[in-house]
Design a protein around this ligand. Structure first.
Ligand SMILES: *Cc1c(COP(=O)(O)O)cnc(C)c1O
Length: 427
């Protein structure tokens, strides 16, 4: 149960904002609860308007990899804002950000900045279609690529029906250009390519899906996608909005060595400010306006404040060798959780890569969203509520990844494990 001030604010918010929130999953609807309203967030902690503080594993849904409000980011924002907050004309920050992305992300030779991950995926799909002259795209059930019309099909835990939109307002004709397949099943992809490979503009995939819990690709699966795309002249797009700069400096593509044609970025790249990006082979990217016929634009794209904040975060991560440190923290959390669940004798799956993780209450191995939806949702709700009560905030949905930050101390993790031990009494 959240405090009285949060309750009052939520009641008021619901009269003014649909559902009281500006992004649906914040509403706690999946966990039969009401959200707390935030007063402030620093480091690993988030404090609500009633004064209760939580150890936070949501991390503003991914961006807060240094923790909340890190000094390097807030100081940069203060400093840069003195020179202006938006120019609508090129500025040097854009070159520095582009250079950083090109240097760090193996697939990217040229890059265009956007203001959100959704814009990045939407534009990448348009570019892939414009470049190939084809309309159809393949996405995978349970992969989320932002609220783009063509991509809101089986995006997360929704219906898995072939070509049926998940959202009202998406024309059937749009959804019909999207072929939805199960993740981690190469034969499903091969079958579609055999039938209509020459019509497929792109495969878009979260290489480690993080919007259906957290799912690991099977050995060779990503390479298989790359090979079949190469064979048919289809563009392979890695949506690394969540994993980019999070699981490694160069994202999943650095870890696996599978280099896609194009990559979408967001979340960590903006340091908590609204930033996205898409990039890839120069030959493809040069089809964008003003060089080429594929139109894409943004009033606030390349915003100096947002890029400076993002760069400050990326440089600090790099300076601290943050990814290695995050993996050590992740391993500590994983070992603790595994120990607690084993002792309790509960069936579970725990998937983790560095600072991203997900606990599923099921005995079945999770290789795609079908398995994830088979996990015990009621157990998750009890687990979520018990943790929240005890001051630990995880995402209010069983289909979300958890995020560690460099601000999480080993003490935070030990406190979290204590809370989990207690929560197991009600799970
Ligand atoms: C969050 C997310 C998006 C959408 O990004 P927004 O900034 O919310 O528009 C796209 N793809 C993936 C994989 C994401 O996790």
């Amino acid at each position: 149960m959240v405090g009285p001030t949060s309750q009052k604010l939520f009641a008021k918010a619901k009269t003014l904002i649909p559902g009281g929130v500006n992004s649906p999953v914040r509403s706690f609807k999946n966990v039969d609860g009401d959200p707390f309203f935030v007063r402030s967030a620093h480091g690993s902690r988030i404090t609500d308007v009633d004064g209760k503080t939580y150890i936070d594993y949501v991390g503003t849904w991914g961006p807060a990899i240094l923790g909340h409000a890190p000094l390097v980011v807030t100081q940069t924002i203060h400093e840069v804002a003195k020179s202006g907050v938006s120019f609508g004309a090129p500025c040097p920050w854009e070159i520095e950000m582009a250079q950083t992305i090109v240097d760090w992300v193996p697939s990217v030779e040229k890059v265009r900045m956007t203001s959100s991950g959704t814009e990045a995926t939407m534009s990448a799909i348009r570019l892939a279609r414009g470049y190939t002259g084809r309309d159809k795209i393949i996405k995978f059930n349970g992969c989320y690529h932002g609220h783009v019309d063509h991509l809101l099909v089986a995006a997360g835990s929704g219906a898995l029906t072939h070509g049926e939109p998940d959202s009202a307002g998406v024309p059937k004709a749009f959804a019909g250009e999207t072929i939805c397949l199960p993740f981690n099943k190469p034969e499903a992809v091969a079958e579609v390519f055999e039938k209509m490979g020459e019509q497929i503009a792109a495969i878009i995939v979260e290489p480690y899906p993080g919007n259906a819990g957290f799912i690991i690709p099977q050995e060779g699966y990503l390479q298989f996608l790359k090979d079949i795309c190469a064979k048919y002249g289809t563009i392979l797009i890695f949506d690394e909005v969540m994993t980019g700069f999070r699981v490694a400096k160069g994202g999943v593509q650095e870890i696996t060595g599978v280099i896609p044609d194009m990559t979408c970025l967001g979340k960590v790249i903006g340091g908590g400010l609204p930033v996205g990006a898409f990039g890839g082979k120069a030959e493809i990217m040069d089809h964008l306006a003003p060089l080429g016929p594929v139109y894409q634009a943004g009033t606030l794209s390349g915003n100096p404040l947002a890029l400076a904040a993002g760069l400050a975060q990326l440089k600090e991560l790099d300076r601290k060798h943050g990814w290695a440190e995050l993996d050590v923290l992740g391993a500590r959390l994983e070992a603790g959780i595994r120990g607690i669940l084993k002792e309790k004798g509960l069936d579970f799956q725990f998937n983790r890569l560095g600072s991203m993780f997900c606990l599923f209450f099921t005995e079945n191995k999770i290789i795609n969203v079908d398995d994830a939806t088979g996990a015990d949702a009621a157990a998750f709700r009890r687990y979520f509520a018990a943790l929240l009560e005890d001051g630990v905030f995880i995402a209010p949905s069983p289909y979300e990844a958890g995020f560690l930050s460099l601000a999480h101390s080993t003490g935070d993790i030990d406190d979290t494990l204590d809370a989990m031990t207690k929560a197991m009494k009600v799970v």
